[in-house]
Write a protein that binds this ligand. Sequence first.
Ligand SMILES: CC(C)(COP(=O)(O)OP(=O)(O)OC[C@H]1O[C@@H](n2cnc3c(N)ncnc32)[C@H](O)[C@@H]1OP(=O)(O)O)[C@@H](O)C(=O)NCCC(=O)NCCS
Length: 249
Amino acid sequence: MPKCLVEKDFRRDRGSARIRRVTSETYARSVTPGGMVVTLRGWTGPDLDAYRAWLRPEHDWHRWDGPYYPVPTGEQADVLVAKLARSNDLTWPTTAAPTSGPAAPASAAPPDAPTSDPESLPPGRLVVDVGGELVGTVAWYWESRETEWARLGVTVYDPAERGRGIGRAALSLWTSFLFQRTPWVRLDFATWSGNRAMLGVGRALGFVEEARFRQARVVDGVRHDSVVMGVLRDEWRELPGRRPGYSPA
Ligand SMILES: CC(C)(COP(=O)(O)OP(=O)(O)OC[C@H]1O[C@@H](n2cnc3c(N)ncnc32)[C@H](O)[C@@H]1OP(=O)(O)O)[C@@H](O)C(=O)NCCC(=O)NCCS
């Protein structure tokens, strides 16, 4: 597995200023045409806090990423972050109490979470890092574990960071990393026809539309198509020109 260790000092002023040294693993990195360095890396304590803050319901990305599903409640968000912390050997909450209620026990994991041989699987969610900060995440989950059919997700949380090539670079790195790290023959993502940015990212990288369920999603009272875009391992290999450079870290 391509990886290296990166050490960073985080100085946080929370009443009593203190230094927290955190370490995270770098998985892949590329540079956008605009010169931005986009890195996929593992989690640190400050990332968990940032991620928890982005899970709050008021943030714009919820309007685009599966807006037909309910936004996680405060308690569900705490469970999600606590689970992420456990799977990355981190302690969370990092400083004070969780934002709402105590973390739920491990049994609250979603039913589709891999339950056997987790060591051999790639990490389920990584940080998309620009300039040392979490700007997004990439994730995968089983669409059908029985046939090793994995589905991807990518999100750039801050609207001000979107449209600058970060999502495209992150999805490209994630796709390359997962194909390199696993024997999986295909990868895909599911979105809706109103999410032009996500469809644009998929098209730009060479993902092809594999399924369109007409008028299957309702967003703000309007019906949209559900769209799945996918790529085969063999196709991905032949598309080097379409992707930003993948450099195994
Ligand atoms: C979808 C998302 C990950 C894309 O990341 P991004 O950094 O904004 O996208 P990029 O800047 O990398 O754009 C990639 C391509 O999509 C196109 N694109 C971006 N935004 C677009 C828009 N609003 N309309 C049409 N095309 C768009 C760009 O033109 C670009 O193509 P190009 O490189 O050939 O010019 C990001 O916008 C996001 O996180 N949105 C909110 C959450 C979400 O929708 N997640 C996906 C759930 S399935």
